[in-house]
Design a protein around this ligand. Structure first.
Ligand code: FE2
Ligand code: FE2
Length: 364
């Protein structure tokens, strides 16, 4: 899509008064909509529904924090997603993957703000406890020109990015819900600690080092969003109230839209070796890669086995197993290195929220 087109549609959305800045969305909801919610639904939330929504609110706050860091350096700076002042060299390196990367980063960031703000507002409207992680905003910001100097919840400077989503969505015979495992698209990236944003202005060169950081970000974007793509349908199987189901079924597919976009862009990451640390981004269309499991233009899910191998293959989100889904998300984000530097109390809180969400059952 051309930047101008997208910008125009964003502007007209803005003019409707719905997206009046991330910080005010919650207030608007409270003033105008909460009484309507209350009238529309007579019964309250079950403890399980509240636990699932609280876990999702926490996950969305964490997502927002990382997306905001990306936006400050590589996205579009405006009143919808305020904060940074941008890094022209990093933005240009990201645009090697797609000329609209800055717009997409901006829009993904704004979406995450609305996700946690909405879920918290909904919980409050039902008299339930909301989620606030501000006491854990202690991790350092990037020192690169363009980033705000504030405390962060997530660390984008020491990532190990699991890139097996790439082969998982290209396999016609395997499904993680059957215990199947998947090869890494970028093996080096899955087993190290690599920056996904410039840590300081020294990271802006040499050229292939900065491009490796942008490539890392490109694969990380899809890693994050495929996680949300699975998390919502996995947890939806445990909710009770039809309106809570509606919330999960309405937010979840936006994560899938994000994932689909990022999967397409990651395929444009140029093959290279980072001269500073040896990280290799392979040519995914060439041996030993290539073929159905790696081919970069297979950006829609290949049909695969679902529920039982006796059924015909089906094009699906994967995984969607509900058992342990919330704890699985916490483990994946922790293994990603996003929380390096957070204290034990942070992990204890995430663990408790995930455990409560995973204990929820439809009808209780
Ligand atoms: Fe989200
Ligand atoms: Fe997301």
């Amino acid at each position: 899509m051309k930047p101008g087109q997208h910008f125009t549609s964003r502007r007209s959305f803005l003019l409707t008064g719905l997206a009046v800045g991330a910080g005010t969305v919650g207030a608007v909801l409270f003033e105008n909509e909460v009484s309507a919610f209350a009238g529309a639904t007579s019964s309250g939330l079950t403890p399980g529904d509240a636990a699932i929504l609280r876990f999702l609110a926490a996950a969305e706050i964490l997502e927002t924090d990382l997306w905001q860091q990306y936006n400050e350096l590589g996205g579009i700076q405006d009143s919808e997603v305020p904060g940074g002042s941008g890094s022209a060299p990093f933005t240009a390196a990201l645009q090697v993957l797609d000329s609209d990367m800055d717009q997409y980063i901006h829009d993904n960031t704004e979406d995450e703000f609305t996700h946690f703000t909405f879920i918290n507002a909904y919980l409050a409207s039902k008299g339930k406890e909301t989620i606030n992680l501000d006491r854990f905003r202690t991790l350092p910001s990037s020192k690169a020109t363009g980033a705000q100097q504030i405390g962060r919840l997530t660390n984008l400077m020491q990532l190990a990015v699991d890139t097996s989503w790439w082969t998982r969505y290209r396999s016609r015979t395997k499904n993680p819900d059957f215990g199947d495992t998947f090869a890494q698209a970028v093996p080096g990236l899955s087993s190290g600690q690599f920056p996904a944003i410039p840590r300081h202005d020294g990271d802006l060169s040499p050229k292939d080092h900065l491009q490796a950081i942008a490539n890392t970000a490109g694969f990380h974007f899809a890693f994050i969003e495929q996680g949300g793509t699975s998390l919502y349908p996995s947890l939806a199987q445990r909710v009770t109230h039809p309106e809570v189901l509606r919330i999960l079924l309405s937010i979840g597919p936006t994560e899938t839209q994000h994932f689909q976009t990022w999967q397409d862009k990651a395929g444009n990451a140029p093959p290279l070796t980072d001269p500073t640390n040896g990280l290799v981004f392979p040519d995914l269309n060439s041996p030993p890669f290539g073929g159905e499991d790696f081919q970069t233009n297979l950006i829609m899910p290949e049909p695969t086995v679902f529920l039982n191998r006796k059924f015909p293959v089906c094009s699906i989100i994967r995984p969607t197993e509900t058992h342990g889904a919330a704890m699985g998300a916490v483990k994946a984000l922790t293994a990603n290195g996003l929380f390096i530097g957070q204290p034990p109390a942070f992990f204890a809180l995430l663990h408790d929220l995930a455990e409560a969400a995973d204990a929820a059952r439809h009808g209780s």
